[in-house]
Design a protein. Sequence first.
Length: 601
Amino acid sequence: MRDPERVLNSLAKQSKIAMYRFERLYRILFNKEIYYVAYQKLYAKEGNMTPGVDGKTIDDMSISRIEQLIELLKSEQYQPVSSKRIYIPKKNGTKRPLGIPSFDDKLVQEVIRMILEAIYEGSFESCSHGFRPNRGCHTALSRIKDTFTGSKWFVEGDIKGFFDNINHDILIRTLEERISDNRFTRLIRKFLNAGYMEEWIFHRTYSGTPQGGIISPVLANIYLDKFDKYMNEYIQNFNEGKKRKPDTVYSKYALRKIRAERKLKTETDEKKREFYLNRINECCKARNNHPSLDEMDSSYRRLKYTRYADDFLIGIIGSKADCVKVKKDIKDFLEEKLKLELSDEKTLITNTKKNAKFLGYEIGIYKTDQIKRIGKGTAQRYYRSKVFLKLSMDTMKKKLFEYDAIKLTYHNGKERWHPKARPCMKNNDDLEILCQYNGEIRGFYNYYSLANNSYTIDSFYNIMEYSMYKTYACKYKSSVRKILRKYSKNGEFGIDYMKKNGKAVRCEFYHDGFKRKPLSRIKFNDDQPLIKITRTSLIDRIKANKCEICGTESVLSMHHVKKLKDLQGKKIWEKHMIARRRKTIAVCHDCHWKIHTGRLD
């Protein structure tokens, strides 16, 4: 069997040829080794222990189970199982539908995802950042920070119900532009049409990608890549002028300064030299009160575009009429070519005097008349039209309400924030409470650390800090003062605990500050990096044919647990897993049956 790494890199290499069409992709699905790689990528996720409609989970994974899947695929008798639909609560109080596929379907989808990613990743546009390797929210924000300089207008774009409204026929036709393998595209269509079960009632899906499906993100990017390419062509036609015209007032003072400098070079009289020096300084001060270029130059236009999943942001140097036309053209393209609807309520045209909202940040253009000194002490205007990323107080407030760590009061019409205890945590042990607060603070800081005003996270931190103190006070029916006296050492709050090896350790409350971190810098080029697959011992263990409990040589299956901390360590197999810090154990059929029936002590 061919090595999966070589197979995927071969596909990636051929994907650089624009007119190349891929054939016999379906045969890759007969390679057992690529399923081992897919299993290795999926096995650690807790959601795999949630049963699908067929009642199966990742537990009892074995080589024979993979071989049975391959046989079904060879005869094209493989049929994806409908997803089990559940609902999870959203921040606004409503519920979001979530699909839980069968694990066998997840495994096949992961193999398809790796194949599709190898084929398409090198051809995706650099403006796309969602669900792609080495990219994410921070790289999208970095792109905006670097390229939206000087924008006059923002267009905040949102596609209504994107994942539920992807047209299956358009998606398959898009895939067939590069893939000439009917069996492969038929398999993808099977996943698209698999439907879902809700309260044991089957619902057919006529549009959209599988809810909770592993292939959904890459299929969404393939679908919207046409929109990205359209926008890049649109930008080429929209942009006008090489450079803005010089500002007349700025140019007048700059010219006076140059003339005074020329005369100063030849002048020997001290009084006249002093006069020209004063003239130069006056010209510099007057010049720095005006932009060097005409910001209202109608002959100069620019458009910048960045997309993350179904949200996109456009920065425009031009008029509001240009923005209205851009929005209309985008709406027409999405409706005609992709059968998608642009949300009028969420697609806003915003002047850069106000902030646009994108990926949880507020984005605006920073303008100031301040000056700074550059080389040889020359005065120059400070950055005038740079992009700034802002964390708003509303965002912090929403997150604190989500954690139930805040209550509001009003005094003289002003809103006041007060920390509150979280009674839901009072049954946790001391270390769990501290670690949860630390994790929540670090998670919030890590995401918003790019903000120019990241120091304001200190307000969030202070509420969380005293909420934690009150939670401990609630747990022990004590006061905050007594809690601080009990747990503080050298001015730092912390919890002392013992490790399993008997070593005493102290976990302290976060106190490293909220300094702004540099933006993620990535090279936006067409070179796709080589695909590298790191192998672990997981597959070697299942191939070893030796039970890790009784030592019997036989065909093995892998027993999985959701969390190691749920194991009590009383039974031999639990001790085995805890000692090796593994959520898996390769066992023979008899031992696996005894584990599930509680007979293996």
